[in-house]
Design a protein around this ligand. Structure first.
Ligand SMILES: [Ca+2]
Ligand SMILES: [Ca+2]
Length: 318
């Protein structure tokens, strides 16, 4: 009986230890708060389980400590998210848009002119001329452009009538006044000049012919470029700064031989369409010829064409 009681006591002892051990283990064992959804991470945060606890990290595009996350307004700075025209802030991200007459470039930030003349001749009856941010219709000799700015009227059909006669001198629109005699008007986005005939372009039409920023001045629109870009010598187009550096270094080249080489390179008309422009990996056509680049982990060699990977370099080290 005595031995029986002892074994029972022992048994109880071990049971207690075991139970104790089990509860102890359960306390140390990790619970995944993230999968159990017992975490207090913000709705715009990612929950990351850790051995004893968990971490809250705001999702990309959000800022905060993870318990509180708020959308970052990527547009709210001088850089405007890198968008050259308009930047639209959206939850967790942002989006660039372009003014009418432009389209978003592949980089999602720059804006490029749409060539309206490629589509149905821009709706022009005779001649379509593409311009930065817009286009205009023109007429052949012996015709003049009608007020709708697209069709052409034969001069002889218009003889003798005030506004129908091109001699009225209005650059855009001619209206008969109640007093008789023509009065000139301009299309939206243009202002009538002091001579009451010519029309002066403003930034409200085709972005004033500017690729990026346009500012109205007394003498007409003045163009400017977004950060990372500089204004081309045409005073309208914006080119990326590194391209511009190449261009100005060409301009500053004093050595005749150097200039010769550059002229030859241009005459050879290197283009990415032919043999990938001689580039090892990535080729980009620029105003000054082709530009090669390499993916992350590779470096462009001094020849400007070859890419060398970090592994290749490592292999060459004895
Ligand atoms: Ca945002
Ligand atoms: Ca255009």
């Amino acid at each position: 009986m005595g031995s029986g009681s002892l074994s029972w006591d022992l048994c109880l002892f071990f049971v207690l230890i075991n139970t104790c051990g089990v509860t102890g283990n359960a306390g140390l064992a990790d619970t995944d708060e993230c999968s159990e959804a017992t975490d207090d991470c913000h709705i715009d945060a990612l929950c990351q389980n850790t051995p004893k606890s968990y971490k809250c990290i705001c999702k990309p595009g959000y800022k905060g400590d993870g318990k509180q996350c708020e959308d970052m307004d990527e547009c709210d700075n001088d850089y405007t998210g890198g968008c050259v025209h308009e930047c639209i802030n959206i939850p967790g991200n942002y989006r660039c848009t372009c003014y009418d007459g432009f389209m978003l470039a592949h980089d999602g930030h720059n804006c490029l002119d749409v060539d309206e003349c490629l589509d149905n001749n821009g709706g022009c009856q005779q001649i379509c001329v593409n311009t930065m941010g817009s286009y205009e219709c023109q007429c052949k000799e012996g015709f003049f452009l009608s007020d709708n700015q697209h069709t052409c009227i034969h001069r002889s059909d218009a003889d003798g009538m005030n506004c129908m006669n091109k001699e009225h001198g209005c650059a855009h629109i001619c209206r008969e006044t109640p007093k008789g005699g023509p009065a000139c008007e301009c299309r939206p986005g243009f202002e009538l000049a002091k001579n009451q005939r010519d029309c002066i372009l403003t930034c409200n039409y085709g972005n004033g012919g500017c690729q990026h920023n346009c500012e109205d001045t007394d003498s007409g629109p003045v163009c400017d470029c977004h950060q990372k870009y500089v204004l081309h010598s045409d005073s309208k187009t914006c080119i990326e700064k590194d391209e511009a550096a190449i261009e100005s270094s060409e301009f500053n080249a004093t050595s005749v031989a150097d200039v010769d080489k550059r002229v030859k390179r241009r005459l050879l008309m290197e283009t990415c369409a032919v043999n990938n422009g001689g580039c090892d990996i990535t080729c980009k056509d620029t105003a000054t010829g082709v530009r090669c680049s390499c993916p992350v982990g590779f470096t462009l060699q001094p020849d400007g064409k070859t890419c060398k990977g970090l592994l290749d370099i490592a292999k060459n080290i004895p």
